[in-house]
Ligand binder design. Structure first.
Ligand SMILES: Cc1cc2nc3c(=O)[nH]c(=O)nc-3n(C[C@H](O)[C@H](O)[C@H](O)COP(=O)(O)OP(=O)(O)OC[C@H]3O[C@@H](n4cnc5c(N)ncnc54)[C@H](O)[C@@H]3O)c2cc1C
Length: 378
């Protein structure tokens, strides 16, 4: 394991720091939570700045317009952007973090040319239409039908928990193309333009009072067969490519953010027992950051260890304990502080042990694939 940064890494850090110092003061104030059009504009403006600065698609290969950065440079990027309190990818997360990388691995040349440049510069926002009301953990049970009609598929069904669906231009959608095959074998992965007739989007309000998710209803939606990524009925394999990127990258910047919030909470924590608890949270986040570095160090050598499997579970549960501590420290203040990041923390982190694979599912994966325990009965 190599945890030290090289001279070249430190040069990258200095260049990035200087760029952030120049760009961040130019940003407009962040829009209100429910101002969706403004949020889209704000997030895509940041994406455009990253693109112009040479920092968009940091982990994408150079031949597809990315920076082709080493895993260590990616860690430095997360450290520095968190230190400078730079914006998160926001509504661009599906496109930049997993739809784009899936197209790079599995898309045709036409699909890559049509979408990758637009994702990188913030011109195209993507959403994910995987989950359905009865297909979340057991995603392969999805029932949205895609029937072949000439050069089109005709889609009928319902998706749910589609993050930022109301501002997306395009979606990565899973549909059932063969209802008679075993459930993992009859699925296809489609690129769905979200302005296609027959798509109805209904936002769902979360506990934070924000409508970040949507239900998506599909009624006789026609999608060209040319929008399929991978072979017909082979969508489960393509899905695993998407999930590899989704679970691999989504939590690193969150972890850096958690370390920052620990520092923000510290001056308010006066009770000795709560100070001990805060110390424990900070130590856990620190240990997870060291584990992230180890995972990155292994990935750079082309290997993976159990660390990559446990990090999502360990991080999401540690962050929930921290969220509970925030509320205890604020006590009654939590009731009358408006727009407080620490109150939001308690509510927002409830979702972390569900999103991108629930904790129970992560435990199943660890017990079966890392510990070699017997498989769950199917
Ligand atoms: C913040 C957030 C953003 C999301 N964004 C998107 C998005 O953009 N697009 C999208 O398609 N989806 C999205 N999702 C949906 C997410 O993928 C699902 O919520 C998740 O896969 C769990 O599915 P479910 O909600 O149907 O719960 P269920 O699968 O119904 O699970 C309910 C409970 O049962 C447990 N359980 C289920 N099966 C087992 C088992 N075999 N063994 C033990 N316990 C089990 C689960 O762990 C959980 O506690 C998002 C979710 C969240 C929270």
């Amino acid at each position: 394991m190599e945890l030290r940064y090289s001279d070249a890494d430190e040069a990258f850090r200095a260049e990035l720091r200087a760029w952030l110092d120049r760009e961040l003061p130019k940003l407009a104030p962040q829009p209100a939570r429910e101002a969706w059009d403004e949020r889209r504009t704000w997030d895509t403006d940041w994406q455009r700045r990253l693109f112009d600065g040479g920092y968009a698609g940091l982990h994408w290969p150079k031949e597809f317009g990315g920076r082709g950065a080493s895993p260590t440079e990616q860690l430095i990027f997360y450290e520095e952007t968190a230190r400078a309190r730079a914006p998160y990818v926001g509504v661009n997360f599906v496109g930049t973090l997993h739809a784009g990388p899936t197209l790079i691995e599995e898309g045709t040349d036409e699909q890559k040319a049509a979408h990758l440049p637009k994702i990188l510069c913030g011109d195209e926002v993507w959403c994910q239409g995987f989950s359905e009301p009865n297909a979340g953990s057991d995603l392969a049970s999805l029932r949205t039908r895609a029937e072949r009609d000439g050069d089109d598929y005709v889609l009928n069904g319902q998706k749910i928990w589609c993050s930022f669906g109301q501002v997306a231009d395009v979606g990565e959608f899973l549909v059932r193309t063969d209802p008679d095959a075993p459930k993992h074998k009859g699925i296809s992965w489609l690129i769905l333009p979200m302005d296609t007739p027959g798509i109805e989007i209904r936002p769902i309000v979360t506990v934070l009072g924000s409508s970040e998710f949507c239900e998506v209803f599909l009624n006789d939606v026609r999608v060209p067969v040319a929008n399929r990524v991978g072979a017909e009925h082979d969508g489960w394999r393509v899905t695993n490519v998407t999930l590899k990127y989704e679970r691999g990258t989504a939590f690193v910047s969150e972890l850096v953010d958690a370390m920052r919030l620990c520092e923000d909470l510290a001056p308010r924590v006066l009770d000795p027992a709560e100070r001990r608890e805060l110390g424990r949270c900070a130590a856990e986040f620190d240990a997870l950051w060291a584990l992230t570095k180890r995972n990155v160090s292994q990935a750079a050598r082309g290997t993976t260890g159990p660390g990559a499997m446990v990090i999502k579970l360990a991080y999401s549960e540690a962050r929930q304990r921290f969220g509970e501590l925030c509320l205890r420290v604020l006590d009654r203040d939590a009731l009358h502080i408006d727009d407080n990041e620490l109150v939001e923390e308690r509510l927002r982190v409830l979702a972390l042990t569900i999103a991108a694979g629930a904790s129970q599912i992560q435990r199943n994966i660890i017990s079966e694939r890392v510990l070699g325990l017997p498989r769950e009965p199917r």
